[in-house]
Design a protein around this ligand. Structure first.
Ligand code: PNS
Length: 162
């Protein structure tokens, strides 16, 4: 049986931590769907289509990674796509409580789907999309923490805003 996993998130923007988790996931799963949540309450820096475009570009040469968007309950989306696993990255103990709650709620909602946590490489354990946006907007360097394409898009976005 081929294993299909869903890696859900906001990806606003994609970081090297996300890329690292997807690469690690490909060692375990046959295919991974990167599922971008749309219609979240918070106002994103990048629009859904901009985020999808970045994801598609970064994983252009990886046929086992598919990009998609989803709305509503994650478990319903996973079921609809006939996937078996939800992949989430765990960076630090501080992630654990929220992730644990989500995993158990998702299990309660659909017991056929398993959540698998993966640890990113140490050099990415402290990065988050929120921190990247904050540091970049205040003039800090984020090279090596996000794909070069994301850095370029951040620069463009900031130039338009200022
Ligand atoms: O990158 P994020 O913002 O940490 O991702 C959070 C995400 C998208 C995985 C989570 O908010 C989610 O699954 N939302 C969909 C709605 C849902 O199913 N909520 C119940 C989760 S227990």
């Amino acid at each position: 049986m081929s294993t299909l996993a869903v890696f859900p998130g906001s990806f606003d923007p994609l970081t090297n931590g996300h890329v690292d988790i997807i690469s690690r996931g490909l060692r375990i799963f046959d295919r991974i769907i990167v599922a971008l949540l749309v219609n979240a309450e918070k106002a994103p820096l990048f629009s859904t289509s901009e985020r999808l475009d970045i994801l598609r570009e970064v994983f252009r040469s990886e046929p086992r990674v598919e990009m998609d968007t989803f709305d509503g309950l994650l478990v319903d989306y996973v079921e609809r796509r006939k996937a078996q696993v939800i992949v989430r990255g765990l960076r630090a103990v501080s992630d654990f409580e929220y992730e644990f709650q989500m995993a158990l709620m998702n299990r309660r909602l659909n017991g056929r789907i398993e959540t698998v946590f993966m640890m990113p490489a140490e050099q990415y354990t402290y990065i988050s999309s929120r921190l990247i946006k904050e540091v970049f907007s205040l003039g800090g360097k984020v090279d090596g923490l996000v794909p070069a394409l994301v850095e370029e898009r951040l620069r463009r976005k900031l130039a338009v805003k200022s």
